[in-house]
Design a protein around this ligand. Structure first.
Ligand SMILES: [Mn+2]
Length: 316
């Protein structure tokens, strides 16, 4: 077994109170990885870590096993000190948001992540930017350590893998399918799990489909643009993935941009591309992300930000 895993095991054994967190506004990978690791520690070390989050957990993740164990950061006593803090799928320090103070106050920090980050927070790191989901890293470690894995853990690891690969659409390496196959062999029921994820509120889906209906097209149909104003944004739970997916299905569309008015003069921009990478474009706006799926938050009115971003695309 590798040395880092031995250190991790010692740290868990010796810890009196353990906390786990992912990035703010949990997605399926952050939530699934955190809950899976919590259950692994419960089963194998007979201690229960606290799972603390900041932001919103979208309704389509409500059916994850153990979802009710998630504890909102404002409900944790300010001065709580953890001797072991485990970060999963956190991204960068700024994505810790409301849990950062607890992490900084902890004795020892372990991280599991697949995001690129040049300012790592962990004292002990299980990081691999080649992995499609953080849950794959946790699955690897669990197998190497010979930990007991139950059906909740299998389901959570699989849900994380399904969501972070966009239902296996964004797979770059074959290890995703190797892991998926092993999870299925251990009992993951893909169609059951995919159904668990179909749990959005009606008002969210209606906002998303209305945004598609009102979409605009530029660059002779190569660029599709969806716009959600602040009033509608309040009904949107999550990132508007349905808008991005539907617009990308249209013949001839190469790029999809979704503008979301978080509040006055603060606009979230989601970018998707079917052809050329757009992550550097997102970075030029102060954001980031993956090669073909990225985003940023820009200051300015909805119209200003819209015009600015569309102009950059038209220059491509
Ligand atoms: Mn992830």
């Amino acid at each position: 077994m590798n040395n880092n895993i031995e250190i991790l095991i010692e740290k868990i054994k010796n810890a009196k109170n353990i906390a786990i967190s992912g990035h703010k506004n949990l997605d399926g990978d952050a939530l699934g990885s955190a809950l899976a690791l919590m259950k692994i520690i419960e089963l194998n070390f007979n201690k229960t870590p606290m799972f603390i989050y900041d932001g919103n957990i979208p309704m389509d993740l409500d059916n994850f096993p153990l979802r009710n164990k998630a504890c909102f950061c404002a409900n944790v006593l300010e001065k709580t000190k953890f001797d072991l803090y485990i970060l999963v799928d956190y991204g960068t320090r700024k994505h810790l948001a409301g849990v950062e103070k607890f992490v900084d106050n902890a004795d020892y920090v372990v991280e599991f992540d697949h995001h690129y980050n040049d300012d790592i927070v962990g004292d002990l790191c299980f990081d691999d930017v080649e992995k499609a989901s953080t849950s794959q890293i946790i699955f690897d470690v669990a197998k190497q350590a010979n930990w007991t894995i139950d059906s909740d853990i299998i389901d959570l690891l699989t849900l994380a893998l399904i969501t972070d690969t966009g239902n296996f659409k964004f797979v770059r390496h074959s290890d995703v399918f190797t892991d998926a196959a092993q999870l299925v062999e251990r009992g993951a029921d893909m169609s059951k799990l995919v159904n668990l994820l179909q749990n959005k509120s009606k008002k969210t889906v209606l906002v998303e489909t209305a945004t598609v209906t009102n979409a605009e097209f530029f660059m002779k149909g190569r660029l599709a643009v969806g716009t959600i104003n602040n009033k509608e944004y309040k009904k949107l739970d999550g990132r508007g993935e349905l808008v991005l997916n539907l617009l990308a299905q249209i013949h001839g569309v190469e790029f999809v941009v979704l503008f979301k008015e978080h509040k006055e003069n603060l606009i979230g921009v989601s970018l998707r591309s079917k052809t050329v990478p757009i992550n550097t474009l997102a970075e030029s706006f102060g954001g980031g992300g993956h090669l073909f799926a990225a985003g940023a938050v820009l200051e300015g009115s909805l119209e200003e930000v819209r015009d600015k971003v569309i102009k950059v695309f038209e220059g491509m």
